[in-house]
Design a protein around this ligand. Structure first.
Ligand code: 8OZ
Length: 372
C-alpha cells in the first residue's frame, strides 16, 4: 500500500513524497514582485513533495488583489528566480500557479483604472482586498466587469502561454493552471457567470473552450508533463455557481485526458469550508470524476485538497483514492509539516490574522520541531 511518504513521478515532476503545499495567497508582494523574504518562506517548506506557489497573475489585467505577485515583467521573473533557486538548493520541487482573476478585481488594480474583464458583464457578489496608500487594508466589493470580446480571447490565451514560458525562465519545475475558485477560467465554465451566446457560452463544450485552449497553449509551450490544473467542481467561492456540475466537470476531465499532464488538483467541497458542500440536487461524485478521467486515458496524478488531516490523507493514498494530498493552512503554520506527519507529531496552530499582508510575522517565524 502506498503511503504519503513514498516518492511519486507525476509527468516530468519527481516528487520526494505525496504531500503538496497548496497554493496560498499571502499578499506580501509589493508592486507584484515576490519579496526577498518569500524565497525563505518557500525554502523553509521545501520538504513538501511539491510546492505550489500562491496564485500569480499572468498579466496586469489578471490581477485582482493588492500585493499579489505577477509573472509578466522582468523584475517579477527575477523575484521568482530567487525563490526557485532557494527551493532547489533545499532539495524541493516547485511549480507556480497561473492566475487570471477575471471579474474578481477592482478598477483600482486594473491597467488605466479600467473595468475588470469577465465572460459576461455580471458583477461577482464577493469582495477583494485593497491596500490603501497609507498602508491600511480593506475588503471592498468587486467592480462591475465588462464582457470580453471574442476577438480578445486569443490574447488572453497568449498571456497564459507567455506566463508559462516566464515560469520556466524563472526556474520553476512547472505550472499549475488555476481553473478553480470562481476566477476567469471557472467563470467561463459555470452558467452562473457565463451568459455568452457565442462559441464560448451556452453548452458545456462551449463553456469549457477557454480552458481547453489555455491548456493547449501552455502544454505546447512547456510540455504537458510540467503542467497541472486546479479545479473546484462545487465551490461557491467568489460567487461561482452552476446547478449541474457533474456533467460539466466530467466533460472537462475528459478533455484534459488529451495531454499527459503532471496532475489534476481537485478541491473537494467548498474551498476552505465543508467537504460535503454541493451545488445542485445531488452530492458530487469525485470517484466517478476520476474514473471518467482514467477511462478516457488520463495519466495525470490525482491530487486532492480541502480539510485533509493526517488520517484522512493517509487513508486516501493507501486506498488509492488519491496520488497526492495538498495541505494549505497546516503548511502555513508548519514548515516541517512532512516530518510532523511522518512522526505523528503535534501541529502548530495557524494565526489567520497574518494570512494576508504584513511582514515576516506569521510568515517566516513558525517554529520547526527540530532546529532548522
Ligand atoms: C484567498 C484570498 C485571495 C485569493 C483562491 C487565489 O481562492 C485565491 C485566493 C484565496 O484561489
Amino acid at each position: 500500500m502506498p503511503t504519503l511518504f513514498d516518492p511519486l513521478v507525476a509527468g516530468e515532476l519527481k516528487l520526494a513524497n505525496r504531500i503538496a503545499m497548496a497554493p496560498l495567497t499571502r499578499n506580501r508582494a509589493p508592486h507584484a514582485v515576490p519579496a526577498p523574504m518569500t524565497a525563505t518562506y518557500y525554502a523553509q517548506r521545501a520538504s513538501a513533495g511539491l510546492l505550489i506557489t500562491e496564485a500569480t497573475a499572468i498579466s496586469h489585467q489578471g490581477q485582482g488583489y493588492s500585493n499579489v505577485p505577477g509573472l509578466y515583467a522582468p523584475e517579477q521573473i527575477a523575484g521568482w528566480r530567487r525563490v526557485t533557486d532557494a527551493v532547489h538548493a533545499a532539495g524541493g520541487t516547485i511549480v507556480t500557479q497561473l492566475w487570471h482573476v477575471g471579474r474578481v478585481s477592482h478598477t483600482a488594480l486594473q491597467p488605466g483604472g479600467a473595468a475588470p474583464v469577465a465572460p459576461s458583464a455580471i458583477t461577482a457578489n464577493t469582495k477583494t482586498f485593497l491596500v490603501n496608500p497609507d498602508g491600511s487594508g480593506s475588503f471592498v466589493p468587486t467592480s462591475e466587469p465588462r464582457a470580453l470580446d471574442i476577438a480578445e480571447l486569443p490574447g488572453t490565451v497568449e498571456d497564459y502561454r507567455r506566463a508559462a514560458r516566464a515560469a520556466i525562465e524563472a526556474g520553476f519545475d512547472g505550472v499549475e493552471v488555476h481553473a478553480a475558485n470562481g476566477y476567469l477560467i471557472d467563470q467561463f465554465l459555470r452558467s452562473g457567470s457565463n451568459h455568452r451566446t457565442d462559441a464560448y457560452g451556452g453548452g458545456i463544450e462551449n463553456r469549457a473552450r477557454l480552458l481547453v485552449e489555455v491548456m493547449e497553449a501552455v502544454t505546447a509551450e512547456i510540455g504537458a508533463g510540467r503542467v497541472g490544473i486546479r479545479l473546484s467542481p462545487v465551490t461557491p467561492a467568489n460567487d461561482a455557481s452552476d446547478p449541474d456540475p457533474q456533467p460539466l466537470f466530467t466533460h472537462v476531465v475528459k478533455q484534459l485526458a488529451r495531454w499527459p499532464l503532471a496532475y489534476l488538483h481537485i478541491i473537494e467541497g467548498a474551498t476552505g469550508g465543508p467537504r460535503d458542500y454541493q451545488q445542485g440536487d445531488t452530492p458530487f461524485d469525485y470517484p466517478g470524476l476520476r474514473v471518467a478521467y482514467i477511462k478516457e486515458g488520463g495519466q495525470g496524478a490525482w491530487m486532492v485538497n480541502n480539510g485533509y488531516d493526517a488520517a484522512l490523507a493517509s487513508a486516501a493514498v493507501a486506498e488509492g483514492r488519491a496520488d497526492i494530498v495538498a495541505f494549505g493552512k497546516a503548511f502555513i503554520a508548519n514548515p516541517d509539516l512532512v516530518s510532523r506527519l511522518r512522526d505523528n507529531a503535534p501541529l502548530n496552530d495557524w494565526d489567520n490574522k497574518t494570512f494576508y499582508g504584513g511582514d515576516e510575522r506569521g510568515y517566516l517565524d513558525y517554529p520547526t520541531l527540530e532546529p532548522a
